[in-house]
Ligand binder design. Structure first.
Ligand code: AMP
Ligand code: MG
Length: 316
């Protein structure tokens, strides 16, 4: 079982040896390894059971570092980075040859970000290489937002997990790329659409893959083991009855259901707080003696957009 602690020296030694380490970021906990070593990157895919057509995000210590892994930084990318880094924004940019093919699933672009967590930044600043760092969970399952979540699932495979407390954002980064110089959002996440538009104006949004899976666009994801059904909760309760179901709502309480089988993401209806609680709530519901989870979409503004994206994929 892995050790959980706050020893950055220990984490960097493990990484230098070619091992993987669980690390905190402000979005979710990551499964980190040397991004420039294809053998290490292969281990990440294998431990996560992640298909190699799903490319990884490379984590770097600063904007300045970007030039060592990408060939070109569009003006808009620079604008976004200077405003949101360190933070939950990933930029997809043309890659340099030092980036292993496995990281990008053979694409000519690489996804990169500077994480906004003090321990992750300290660690990155200590290393001579960037970190490949997908979420530290088996592929397709709910992402971890505490060090203990990482240990529960990947503990046997990791010598060390760096503990940075519960994740402040709790949902993955927003991913933006550029197609014919125009910005395109590939995944909603911890930076809202409104905040991005405020910086760069209109931006198009790539729809989630339907059926065919292109690199990085897998549809079913972030899913608990219990069957998640999205809809109007009172109607669902009426239709299915309250037996063996758990309920995940934004702020509403339901008298039809025992208290212990319902979770409110944010009793005051704050979507930022709701995002922070989303994955840990799904894990709690997954551990309950229930067969189904009923959930409802939240208002689609602010971080509500990313929450709804995760709900839809978790239910798909
Ligand atoms: P995760 O590490 O689970 O947060 O997932 C990283 C996601 O980043 C992938 O599933 C893709 O959606 C996206 N991604 C990574 N690299 C690229 C790329 N070169 N082009 C487009 N999307 C990418
Ligand atoms: Mg993930």
């Amino acid at each position: 079982m892995s050790l959980i602690g706050t020893d950055i020296q220990r984490a960097s030694e493990e990484l230098d040896r070619g091992n993987l380490v669980g690390i905190p970021t402000e979005t979710v906990y990551g499964l980190a390894g040397n991004a420039l070593d294809p053998k290490v990157v292969a281990k990440i895919f294998s431990i996560k059971n992640r298909p190699t057509f799903d490319p990884l995000i490379v984590h770097i210590p600063s904007f300045r570092y970007l030039n060592s892994i990408v060939t070109e930084v569009p003006v808009m990318a620079e604008q976004l980075a200077s405003h949101f880094w360190p933070g939950p924004l990933t930029l997809v940019l043309p890659r340099k040859d030092v980036v292993p093919d496995l990281i990008t699933s053979g694409l000519t672009t690489v996804a990169v970000r500077v994480p906004g967590h003090p321990l992750a930044l300290k660690l990155l600043n200590k290393l001579d290489y960037p970190l490949a760092c997908p979420s530290a969970n088996p592929f397709g399952y709910v992402s971890p937002t505490t060090a203990e979540h990482v240990r529960q699932q990947l503990g046997g495979d990791l010598p060390y997990i760096l503990n940075g407390g519960p994740c402040k954002i709790g949902i993955e980064s927003t991913i933006i790329g550029f197609e014919s110089q125009q910005p395109v959002i590939y995944r909603p996440g911890g930076i809202s659409l409104e905040a991005i538009k405020e910086q760069i104006g209109e931006v198009s949004i790539k729809p989630r893959a339907s059926g065919v899976v292109a690199p990085g666009m897998s549809n079913s994801h972030y899913a608990p083991r219990k069957t998640l059904i999205l809809g109007n909760i009172p109607e669902l309760l009426e239709e299915y009855g309250p037996k063996k179901v758990g309920v995940l709502s934004l702020k509403e309480h339901f008298n039809q259901i025992e208290d212990r089988y319902q979770i409110q993401l944010s009793p005051k209806g704050d979507l930022t707080e709701a995002a922070r609680n989303l994955f840990s709530s799904l894990r709690k519901l997954d551990a309950m003696p229930i067969t189904h989870i009923f959930a409802e979409l939240v208002p689609n503004h602010g971080l509500g957009w990313a929450i709804n994206d995760r709900f839809q994929r978790a239910a798909s």
